[in-house]
Design a protein around this ligand. Structure first.
Ligand SMILES: *[C@@H]1O[C@H](CO)[C@@H](O)[C@H](O)[C@H]1NC(C)=O
Ligand SMILES: *[C@@H]1O[C@H](CO)[C@@H](O)[C@H](O)[C@H]1NC(C)=O
Length: 461
């Protein structure tokens, strides 16, 4: 097992997107999965003057975005009416009676919130389950506000009667002496709910749905492993119920993300084979989607799993998805995975002076990805995907084309459809980039895309 030591030391990079997938309230009930977004309404009289703790917004936040709370790594008070993005941790401050929110602990540094570039991308982002953009939150917020207004009028009297000062609420809360359950305790319950033969399918799915939230945290995922939960979800991949397959794959993917310890246990537990079976056989699309998610989490930054994946014919399995009807929504995800794996290997091989061990470099050398990519003719697949309308997807595909250029050049040259698609994209982005410049955008997202396209066109001459 010594060849895994390097992996274990590899810093657990947190997949930001995954983290953004869930929201939690630590109050009132930790095990309640939360609505897609949280709207917090605090009565004016409840918010104590705590002006030093105004929510910090991103430098480039638009005034139009101010109704959305932008979490930072510090607890910040949520102002009345603000919507909290998915992924935030929200708590009730018992001292002040205010709701507070922040980014999840494990999310280092990166501030994802609202940069201009991201907003453009998010125009059409590939949103997995319940991560929401500011725009979406705002729309929902506006809708809710309307209905709220009407409701508020009707209930104004009632509310006034029922209104109790926050001090009194606090006292009552303390009297109740509620015991907060730890994540550990909650996971034990959820696992036993899932494992119980007396639970209905719905109850099992609900338990998995909640578990998925908890196992995002690296330490929780390790506990999940020691409780036997990982083994159970790997077995669940075999279930004859599509819903259980789907949700066990979801939990597995979340637990695997950037968690070498779980990755090792999962591959030893046979998860890789089971995921490939799901992807290779006829299954409902949501099942395949989650299986692909789990597979990606399994393979990223885990060269041993990548080797096994290639040995088991995993790349062919993914390639075959491009020949099946109805799997189109998976294609970009597959290409993104391929891109990530290729870049991961290149980055490591290029960084001779980095802090990577010789051992790790050797492991990656045994991942013979490029020969397999050529043999299975992935070059064609990738160029076909450029015809999609989303900027974000095009960006991913363009990057992949650039990475494959060294190996696929001849194939690309012989593809007239690729040539004309690139031509069309170039004129589209020339226009968008010009507009961007007129608007004084320094960031230049479209200009950057245009640059990638021009480079590719140049290299195909
Ligand atoms: C699941 O249930 C079986 C049978 O009741 C039991 O033997 C096993 O220990 C349980 N597993 C977990 C992880 O709770
Ligand atoms: C899981 O599926 C494999 C075939 O894919 C089968 O051989 C095995 O018996 C199944 N296990 C369970 C527990 O159903």
């Amino acid at each position: 097992m010594s060849h895994w030591a390097g992996l274990l030391s590899a810093a657990a990079k947190v997949n930001l997107l995954l983290l953004l997938v869930s929201v939690v309230f630590s109050w009132p009930s930790q095990s309640d999965r939360v609505p897609e977004f949280a709207l917090t309404k605090i009565e004016e009289s409840d918010t104590k003057g705590d002006s030093g703790k105004e929510p910090v917004t991103e430098d480039d936040a638009d005034p139009e975005d101010l109704e959305v709370f932008y979490p930072t790594r510090q607890w910040q008070t949520i102002r009345p009416g603000q919507a909290v993005p998915a992924g935030s941790h929200v708590r009730l401050n018992l001292q002040t009676g205010e709701r507070e929110a922040k980014l999840p602990d494990s999310e280092h540094g990166k501030s994802e919130a609202t940069d201009e570039r991201r907003r453009k991308r998010l125009g059409k982002v590939d949103v997995d389950s319940n991560s929401f953009t500011s725009q979406e939150l705002k729309k929902a917020l506006a809708k809710m506000k309307e209905s709220e207004k009407a409701e508020r009028k009707a209930h104004e009297e009632e509310v006034r009667k029922k209104f109790r000062p926050i001090e009194q609420l606090k006292e009552e809360f303390e009297k109740l002496n509620v015991k907060m359950e730890t994540d550990y305790e909650i996971m034990v319950k959820l696992i036993s709910k899932f494992n119980s033969s007396t639970s209905t399918l719905e109850e099992k799915v609900a338990a998995l749905y909640d578990l998925e939230y908890y196992v995002h945290q690296v330490d929780n995922a390790k506990d999940f492993l020691s409780m036997g939960g990982l083994r159970l979800v790997i077995e669940g991949l075999n279930s004859s119920e599509a819903a259980l397959k789907e949700h066990t794959a979801f939990v597995l993917g979340a637990a695997l993300s950037s968690n070498p310890k779980v990755q090792i246990e999962a591959i030893e537990g046979g998860a890789l084979q089971k995921l490939l079976v799901i992807l290779a056989t006829e299954q409902p699309l949501p099942v395949k989607k989650k299986a692909l998610f789990a597979l990606s989490s399994m393979l990223r930054h885990f060269p041993y799993a990548q080797q096994q994946f290639l040995k088991l014919g995993g790349l062919q399995v993914l390639r075959s998805l491009f020949r099946q009807k109805g799997t189109e929504p998976l294609h970009v995800r597959v290409v993104t995975l391929l891109y990530d794996l290729m870049v991961e290997k290149m980055v490591l091989e290029d960084s001779q002076h980095g802090d990577h061990t010789q051992e790790k470099i050797q492991q990656y050398q045994q991942v013979r990805l490029v020969p397999a990519v050529l043999e299975q003719d992935w070059c064609v697949v990738v160029s076909n995907l450029l015809a999609v309308p989303e900027h974000d997807t095009r960006e991913k595909v363009l990057k992949t084309v650039a990475v494959l250029m060294a190996f696929c050049r001849e194939r690309f040259r012989g593809d007239p459809a690729l040539g004309s698609t690139l031509g069309l994209l170039r004129s589209e982005y020339e226009e968008l980039a010009a507009q961007e410049q007129r608007e004084g955008d320094k960031d230049g997202y479209f200009r950057e895309l245009l640059g990638s396209i021009n480079t590719i066109i140049q290299e195909l001459r």
